[in-house]
Design a protein around this ligand. Structure first.
Ligand SMILES: CCCCCCCCCCCC(=O)SCCNC(=O)CCNC(=O)[C@H](O)C(C)(C)COP(=O)(O)OP(=O)(O)OC[C@H]1O[C@@H](n2cnc3c(N)ncnc32)[C@H](O)[C@@H]1OP(=O)(O)O
Length: 225
C-alpha cells in the first residue's frame, strides 16, 4: 500500500466543523429499543395483510407517536463517536442510512477493524428486497460504499466517494448472513483507492472498487496536495 497522506492521529474532530457529536455509549437504551421496534415495524408494514380496521388503527397510532417524537429533533449532520474494539475512534452521521445508530431504516451494518481493513456481518430482510428473495442492487452498492468509505476514513482521513464500480457476481440472498469486507489498496495525495466485497456462505456475491477523495481540511492543503 502506497501511503502519502495525513497520519491517522491527525484525523479531524467533527466538533471543529461545528457538528454536534454524540458518544455512542450515551445513546439511551430507550432510544435503541425504539429504533429496533420501528425497524421491525417497517418490516411488518411492508408485509402485512391485516384487515383494514387494523390498518386504519395502526396508521392513527403511528401518526400520534410521530407527532410526539417530532417535538424535539436533532440537528442535521449530528455525528456519533464510536470507539472501535481496536482502540480506534470513528465518526459517522448518526442517521446514516447504512449504519446509523438512530436510523430504523439502517440494517445496520457494523464494521470492525481487521489486519486487512474492515469487516462486518449483516442479514437483510424483505425491506431491502429487489428481485424475489434477493437484495436490491442499489442496497448492495450502498453496503459496499459504506464499507469502502469507512475503511478510507479509519485508515486515512474522511473522504467522499468520487467513483464506485460494483460487479454483481452472484445473486445476494435475503435472510442470510452477509460478510462485508473493505480495504485500502493505495493512497495518492488526497485520492484513496479502496475495494470491498460481499460474501454469502463464503462466496463473493458482489465486489467493488472505489475512489475516495479526502475532504480538504483547512490548514493542511500543502500536506494533502
Ligand atoms: C467524519 C465522517 C466520516 C464517516 C465515514 C464515512 C463513511 C461514508 C460512506 C458513504 C460515502 C458517501 O456516500 S459520499 C456521498 C456521495 N459522494 C458525493 O456526494 C461526492 C460528490 N463529489 C464531490 O463532492 C467532489 O467531486 C469530490 C469531493 C469527490 C472531489 O472534489 P474536490 O475535492 O474539488 O477534488 P478534485 O480536485 O476535483 O479532485 C481531486 C483528485 O481526484 C480526482 N477525481 C475526482 N473525482 C474523480 C472521479 N470521479 N474519477 C476519477 N478521478 C477523480 C481528480 O482528478 C483529482 O486528481 P489529481 O489531479 O489530484 O490527480
Amino acid at each position: 500500500m502506497t501511503v502519502n497522506t495525513q497520519p491517522v492521529t491527525e484525523r479531524p474532530d467533527p466538533r471543529a466543523f461545528g457538528l454536534p457529536v454524540v458518544e455512542q455509549a450515551q445513546i439511551p437504551a430507550e432510544l435503541r429499543s425504539l429504533v429496533a421496534r420501528v425497524h421491525d415495524l417497517v418490516d411488518a408494514v411492508a408485509n402485512t395483510e391485516a384487515d383494514t380496521d387494523t390498518l386504519a388503527e395502526a396508521a392513527a397510532t403511528v401518526e400520534g407517536v410521530t407527532g410526539r417524537l417530532n417535538v424535539a429533533r436533532r440537528q442535521i449532520g449530528t455525528m456519533v463517536q464510536r470507539d472501535l474494539q481496536s482502540g480506534d475512534v470513528e465518526y459517522g452521521t448518526i442517521t446514516n442510512i447504512v449504519s446509523g445508530d438512530t436510523n430504523p431504516a439502517a440494517p445496520p451494518l457494523l464494521l470492525e477493524r481487521t489486519p486487512e481493513g474492515l469487516r462486518g456481518e449483516v442479514t437483510l430482510n424483505t425491506v431491502y428486497q429487489g428481485p424475489p428473495g434477493l437484495v436490491h442492487g442499489g442496497w448492495i452498492a450502498a453496503l459496499l460504499d459504506q464499507a469502502v468509505g469507512s475503511v478510507s476514513a479509519v485508515e486515512t482521513t474522511p473522504g467522499l466517494t468520487a467513483k464506485l464500480e460494483v460487479n454483481y457476481r452472484r445473486p445476494t440472498p435475503l435472510f442470510t448472513p452477509l460478510e462485508v469486507t473493505a480495504e485500502v489498496d493505495r493512497v495518492e495525495g488526497r485520492k484513496v483507492f479502496v475495494s470491498g466485497r460481499i460474501r454469502a456462505h463464503g462466496e463473493v456475491t458482489a465486489e467493488a472498487t472505489a475512489l475516495m477523495v479526502q475532504v480538504r481540511i483547512p490548514g493542511t492543503e500543502t500536506q494533502q496536495g
